[in-house]
Design a protein around this ligand. Structure first.
Ligand SMILES: [Zn+2]
Length: 383
C-alpha cells in the first residue's frame, strides 16, 4: 500500500514535506492566504492501516500561538463522526505523534472540524421551523452566503417593539471550529418545542444568530482571517465591503434591530479553560455593568462545571478598549453587555477528559447551558 496525505477538501490545511518514511512523515502548516497567521491544520491519511506512523509538524514553533502546543493532543477520527485525541508531544520546535492506524483512512485536525455541508444542513433544518426566519445578509469575497437566522415568539401577546434583541455570532476566526459546535447546541435547544426555558426565552426576546461569520476562511482552512487576509475581529471600527463584508453586513443589520446583548463565540489556542472576556475598557462601563458580567459568568459556571471564572484574559484598563473588536464595538455603540466566549483547543485543566479533550459534545453541552444563562440574565433585567 502507498500512503497518501491530502488536504484538498473543506477546511483542509497541510503541506507535505516528506512522505518517504512512514516513521518520519514531515509536514508543515500552511499560512492563511495573504496573511502570516497559521495554526489550523486538517488532513487525511490514506493507505496506512497497520503501518506504524509518526507525524512531525516541522513549523509548530513558527505558528501564531506556539504556547498552544503545550499539553495539546491532536484530534483524530476514522469516520468523521467521532473525534478522539491521539497523545502528542511538543519539543519547542516540532509537534509530533505516533500511531498505527487500524483503518486505511484516518483524519487529523487541530480541533474537530465543522464542515460547511453540515452547516448548510443544520441551517436548513432550523429554517424549516415556523418560529425561524432565515435570510442571507449578503455575499462574501469568495461568493458565499452570509447566513443569518432570527428567532422570535409566535405569541400574539408579545410586544415586539419592546423586546430585547439578543445577538450571537460565531466563527469570526475560522480555525475556531469549537464555536460551530457550540452554536449547534445553543440553536438546537432554542428550537426545542418541549423545552420550557427555550420557549420562555423566545417569549422574552428576539434572537439573531450568524452561525458562521467567516465561511470563506473556514473552507480555505484558515486560522484567523477571511479570503483577503482580514482578521474579522479587528475590523469592527471601520469595516468595508472590499475588505470585510462579513462585519460590514452584520453591523448594518445590527443598526436595524438594535442590540441588548451580544455573544461572540471563539476558541483560545493557549488557555486550557472556558471563560468569558468582558468589555471593561469601553467608556460606558459602569459598576453595574461589572456586576452584571460577574453575575453572568458565575451563572454559567454554576450551570456547567466545564465553565469557570478564575482564569481568562486580564481585565481591560478603563477607557482602553480597542474598538476594532466586536465586543467592544457593540458595547460602545449600544451601551449593552457584549461577551466573548473563549473555549479551549486542548483539554480543560479544571475537568480533564483525556480521551476526548475539549470536544464537540462538550461544546454542544455548553451551548445548551447558555440558553439557561441568558434566560436568567433576561429575567433579572426585566424584573
Ligand atoms: Zn477567536
Amino acid at each position: 500500500m502507498t500512503i497518501a496525505i491530502s488536504a484538498s477538501f473543506d477546511a483542509g490545511n497541510i503541506e507535505v514535506i516528506s512522505l518517504d518514511d512512514p516513521n518520519n512523515i514531515r509536514l508543515n502548516i500552511r499560512k492563511d492566504h495573504q496573511s502570516d497567521f497559521l495554526q489550523w491544520f486538517y488532513f487525511k491519511v490514506s493507505g496506512a492501516a497497520n503501518t506504524p506512523c509518526r507525524f512531525v509538524i516541522e513549523n509548530a514553533s513558527a505558528t501564531t500561538y506556539p504556547a498552544g502546543w503545550a499539553n495539546y493532543h491532536v484530534a483524530t477520527s476514522t469516520d468523521l463522526e467521532h473525534w478522539y485525541r491521539t497523545p502528542s508531544s511538543y519539543d519547542n520546535n516540532n509537534l509530533s505523534w505516533s500511531i498505527t492506524p487500524e483503518h486505511d483512512t484516518i483524519y487529523f485536525a487541530y480541533f474537530a472540524p465543522y464542515s460547511l455541508d453540515r452547516l448548510n444542513s443544520f441551517i436548513a433544518l432550523c429554517a424549516n421551523q415556523p418560529m425561524v426566519r432565515m435570510q442571507t445578509l449578503g455575499t462574501t469575497l469568495d461568493g458565499r452566503d452570509l447566513d443569518y437566522l432570527q428567532l422570535g415568539s409566535l405569541s400574539d401577546t408579545a410586544n415586539q417593539a419592546d423586546r430585547p434583541q439578543i445577538w450571537c455570532i460565531a466563527r469570526q476566526h475560522p480555525g475556531e471550529s469549537m464555536a460551530s459546535w457550540w452554536v449547534e447546541g445553543w440553536l438546537e435547544r432554542l428550537l426545542d418545542e418541549t423545552d420550557a426555558t427555550s420557549l420562555a426565552l423566545r417569549d422574552l426576546a428576539d434572537i439573531h444568530i450568524v452561525p458562521n461569520m467567516n465561511p470563506d476562511g473556514s473552507f480555505r482552512g484558515h486560522l484567523r482571517t477571511n479570503a483577503c487576509g482580514a482578521n474579522l475581529n479587528r475590523e469592527w471600527a471601520e469595516p468595508s465591503m472590499q475588505r470585510s463584508p462579513e462585519v460590514f453586513l452584520v453591523q448594518e443589520h445590527m443598526r436595524k434591530t438594535g442590540v441588548d446583548l451580544c455573544l461572540d463565540i471563539h476558541g483560545d489556542e493557549a488557555l486550557p479553560y472556558n471563560f468569558i472576556a468582558g468589555t471593561e475598557g469601553v467608556e460606558s462601563w459602569t459598576e453595574a455593568r461589572d456586576q452584571q458580567l460577574i453575575g453572568f459568568k458565575r451563572t454559567v459556571a454554576s450551570l456547567n462545571p466545564d465553565f469557570q471564572v478564575e482564569h481568562g484574559y486580564p481585565r481591560n484598563k478603563p477607557n482602553s478598549a480597542n474598538l476594532s473588536f466586536c465586543s467592544n464595538s457593540v458595547a460602545q455603540t449600544y451601551g449593552c453587555p457584549a461577551y466573548t466566549l473563549e473555549m479551549p483547543f486542548k483539554d480543560t485543566a479544571n475537568r480533564p477528559m483525556p480521551e476526548l479533550g475539549w470536544s464537540p459534545e462538550r461544546c454542544v453541552a455548553l451551548g445548551r447551558t447558555f440558553v439557561d444563562a441568558v434566560y436568567l440574565a433576561m429575567c433579572d433585567r426585566l424584573l
